[in-house]
Design a protein around this ligand. Structure first.
Ligand SMILES: Cc1ncc(C[n+]2csc(CCOP(=O)(O)OP(=O)(O)O)c2C)c(N)n1
Length: 612
C-alpha cells in the first residue's frame, strides 16, 4: 500500500514522457491516475468490468493491464489505440469514443450478468463533462429504478475541454468552491470511520450529514432525488480515500455513485496551468514546457473561425453554438468578441440542433459548429426539428472525412450519406480557404432550410482558382479532348488536380470540376458527363450513399449512359494512423487513382484503338 503513491508518480512521469512523443489525451489521464489504480485494486477486472465513458481517459487502465510497452505506438498505425480496444486486452469491452454512453452500457451489462446468474460488478467512470449529455440521464433514470451492482465513479474535474457548463456543472462547482467542502470531506470521512455497518445505515449517516449541510452539498440531493446512493465527495487523488469509498460502494451491492473530485492535468504543471483545456489532447510537445513541437500552417478551423466573426460583424442575427468544443471548432473567436451570441450547450449535440431550431424560429440564424462524426447523433433533430420546419440553421462540420489518430469512431465519413437524405438540406464542401469563406457565406444566406458546410482537419491547402463557373460548378481544369470528367468533392480538389496531371501524361483529356454544393447534386453535371467517355467522382466520405451514388442517380435520371467510377472510403471500420497513411491505404492518392482510372478507360476502349 505504501508503494501506491510512488507508483502513481511513476505512471504520471510515464504518461508525460510518452504523450510528449506521440501526442494523446494527457490532461484527462493525469487526472484519473489514483482513481483508476483504486478501481483496479478494489474490483477484479476483467471479471468485474471497469468501463470508461468516451474512453480517452483509459491510458492508466491500459498501463495497469499490461500495455505500457505499447505506448511507443500510441494512436499510430499498427500501435495501440487511444481508446479501449477489445483486440488489445480482455480488460476492454467498449470501443465507442463518443461521449455519454457508458452508463447505458453499464446498465445493460449488469442486467445481462444478473439474468445469466453471474455475480459481477460493473464500474463505470464518467466525467462531469460527459454527464452533460442526455444519454447519461436516461441511463441514470433506469439504473436508479433497479438494484443492480453498478458503481458509477463521477470523475468531477470541473472541465470538459473548457470548464463544463450548465446547471449540473454549476451545482458541482458550488460544491467544489464552497469553503465548507473541506469540512464536508472531513465529516464524511469521520462518519464513515465511525460506521461499522455498510449498506443502508451508512447512507443514513451520510443523509444526516447532507441535511445538515444542505447548501454545500447540492449534488448529493440531486443524485439522491434520482434514487441512487451517493458517496462523496471524495478526494480523487487520495488513493486510500478512493479505495475505501469504492470498497463501501462494492459491499453495498446496488447502484452507487462515488463522486471523486479530481484535477485535470494533475501533477504536471504545464497541464494544470493550461487555461484552454489542461492539455486535453496535445500533439507531440516538449515535456519541459508542454509547448507543441511544431506549429502547423493556417488550418481549416482558423479560416472558418475568422469568417464566422466577419459575418457576425455584418449580421446581428448570426449566433454560434458549440457542444463543449468552442476552441477545437473555432467558435471561441466569436465568443471572445460577442460572448452573448455564443451558446456552449455541453456535450449535447441533439439538444444543440433543436435549440438551434428554436433560435431560428425566434428570428436568428444559428451556426452550429461540431465535428462531423458527432452530428450523426442528431440525425432525427436535423431531419424533423430543423429541416421539416424549413429553418435556417447552418451546421459547420469540422474534421469531415478521414481524420487520423482517433480511429474509426472519429472519422467524419458518414455525413454525406446520412444527411443527404434530409429533404431540403443543402451541403457544401469547400476545396480551399477561398471557397470555404464563399460557401459559408452562401450557406448563411439560405433562409428556407438547413445547410451544412463540411471540411477536413489539418492545414488548409493553397487556393485552387476556377477557370470558370458553370451552373454553380467550378471548372478547375479542361482539355480539348473530353475523355474523363473528374468530379472532386471538397478538399479532394488538390488530389484531383494531381491525378489529372498524371492522366494527361498518359494521353487522356481530363476535365476537373468541383461541384461546390454536393447536395443536391448540381444538374449541370449531367450535361457535362454526357460530353465525356468516363465520369469519375472522388470524395472523402463513405461510398455507400455518398456523393458518387447521388451523381449516379442524377445520370440515370437524365438518361446519361456514360460509365461512372466512384472513389471514396469503403464502408468499413478503418484503423488509426495519420490522415495521409489512411488515404494511401484506401487508394485515395494520385498514383493509385490515376492507375485505376487508366484501367477503366482502357477497358472502355478494348477492341477499339487505344491511344496510350
Ligand atoms: C458525442 C461527443 N461529443 C464530443 C466529444 C469530444 N470530447 C471528447 S472528451 C470531451 C470532454 C469530456 O469531458 P469529461 O467527460 O468531463 O472528461 P475529462 O476529459 O474532463 O476527463 C469531449 C467534449 C465526444 N467524444 N463525443
Amino acid at each position: 500500500m505504501e508503494a501506491m503513491p510512488a507508483l502513481a508518480g511513476e505512471i504520471r512521469d510515464f504518461l508525460v514522457a510518452s504523450c510528449s512523443k506521440t501526442g494523446g489525451h494527457l490532461g484527462p489521464n493525469l487526472g484519473v491516475v489514483e482513481l483508476t489504480m483504486a478501481a483496479h485494486r478494489v474490483f477484479e477486472s476483467p471479471r468485474d468490468r471497469i468501463l470508461f465513458d468516451t474512453g480517452h481517459q483509459s491510458y492508466v487502465h491500459k498501463i495497469l493491464t499490461g500495455r505500457a510497452d505499447g505506448f511507443v505506438g500510441l494512436r499510430q498505425r499498427g500501435g495501440i489505440s487511444g481508446y479501449p480496444a477489445q483486440g488489445e486486452s480482455e480488460h476492454d469491452v467498449i470501443e465507442n469514443s463518443h461521449a455519454s454512453t457508458v452508463l447505458s452500457y453499464a446498465d445493460g451489462l449488469a442486467k445481462a450478468y444478473r439474468l445469466r446468474g453471474e455475480d459481477r460488478h460493473v464500474v463505470a467512470v464518467v466525467g462531469d463533462g460527459a454527464l452533460t449529455g442526455g444519454m447519461c440521464w436516461e441511463a441514470l433514470n433506469n439504473i436508479a429504478a433497479g438494484d443492480l451492482p453498478v458503481v458509477i465513479i463521477v470523475n468531477d474535474n470541473g472541465r470538459s475541454y473548457a470548464p463544463t457548463i450548465g446547471g449540473l456543472a454549476n451545482h458541482l462547482a458550488t460544491l467544489r468552491l464552497n469553503p465548507s467542502y473541506e469540512k464536508v470531506l472531513d465529516a464524511v470521512k469521520e462518519a464513515l470511520g465511525r460506521t461499522p455497518l455498510v449498506g443502508p445505515p451508512m447512507y443514513e449517516v451520510l443523509h444526516a450529514i447532507k441535511r445538515g449541510m444542505k447548501d454545500a452539498v447540492a449534488p448529493q440531493a440531486m443524485f439522491d432525488d434520482l434514487g441512487i446512493k451517493y458517496v462523496g465527495p471524495v478526494d480523487g487523488h487520495d488513493i486510500d480515500a478512493m479505495m475505501s469509498a469504492l470498497e463501501r460502494a462494492k459491499r453495498f451491492g446496488g447502484p452507487v455513485i462515488v463522486h471523486a473530485v479530481t484535477r485535470k492535468g494533475f501533477g504536471y504543471r504545464p497541464a494544470e496551468g493550461d487555461e484552454d483545456d489542461c492539455l486535453h489532447s496535445p500533439p507531440a510537445f516538449d515535456p519541459q514546457t508542454g509547448l507543441p513541437l511544431k506549429s502547423g500552417g493556417t488550418r481549416w478551423t482558423g479560416v472558418f473561425a475568422d469568417e464566422l466573426v466577419a459575418v457576425a460583424d455584418e449580421r446581428p442575427d448570426i449566433v454560434g453554438i458549440t457542444a463543449a468544443m468552442a476552441i477545437p471548432t473555432g467558435v471561441n473567436k466569436l465568443a471572445a468578441k460577442y460572448p452573448e451570441r455564443v451558446y456552449d450547450v455541453g456535450i449535447a449535440e441533439q439538444h444543440a440542433a433543436t435549440s438551434a431550431a428554436g433560435l431560428a424560429i425566434g428570428g436568428l440564424h444559428p451556426v452550429v459548429a461540431v465535428y462531423a462524426t458527432f452530428l450523426n447523433r442528431a440525425f432525427d433533430q436535423v431531419l424533423l426539428d430543423v429541416a421539416m420546419h424549413k429553418l435556417p440553421v447552418t451546421f459547420v462540420l469540422d474534421r469531415a472525412g478521414i481524420t487520423g489518430p482517433d480511429g474509426p469512431s472519429h472519422y467524419g465519413i458518414w455525413d454525406l450519406s446520412v444527411f443527404s437524405v434530409v429533404p431540403g438540406i443543402r451541403i457544401a464542401a469547400p476545396r480551399d480557404a477561398a471557397t470555404l469563406r464563399e460557401e459559408f457565406r452562401e450557406a448563411v444566406a439560405v433562409e428556407d432550410g438547413p445547410t451544412i458546410v463540411r471540411f477536413p482537419t489539418g492545414a488548409v491547402p493553397a487556393d485552387i482558382p476556377a477557370l470558370e463557373r458553370v451552373g454553380g460548378v467550378d471548372v478547375l481544369a479542361r482539355d480539348e479532348r473530353k475523355d474523363i470528367l473528374l468530379v472532386a468533392v471538397g478538399a479532394f480538389g488538390q488530389l484531383a488536380m494531381e491525378t489529372a496531371e498524371r492522366l494527361r501524361g498518359q494521353g487522356f483529356g481530363v476535365t476537373v470540376v468541383d461541384p461546390r454544393w454536393v447536395t443536391p447534386v448540381p444538374g449541370v453535371l449531367a450535361d457535362m458527363a454526357a460530353k465525356h467517355r468516363l465520369v469519375v467522382s472522388v470524395e472523402d466520405g463513405v461510398r455507400s450513399g455518398g456523393f458518387g451514388d447521388s451523381l449516379a442517380r442524377l445520370l440515370r435520371d437524365n438518361g446519361v449512359n456514360v460509365p461512372l467510377r466512384d472513389f471514396g472510403v469503403a464502408r468499413d471500420w478503418h484503423p488509426y494512423g495519420t490522415r495521409q497513411e489512411l488515404l494511401t491505404d484506401l487508394g485515395l492518392n494520385a498514383q493509385d487513382l490515376s492507375r485505376d482510372i487508366t484501367e477503366s478507360v482502357l477497358r472502355l476502349t478494348e477492341g477499339t484503338e487505344v491511344r496510350v
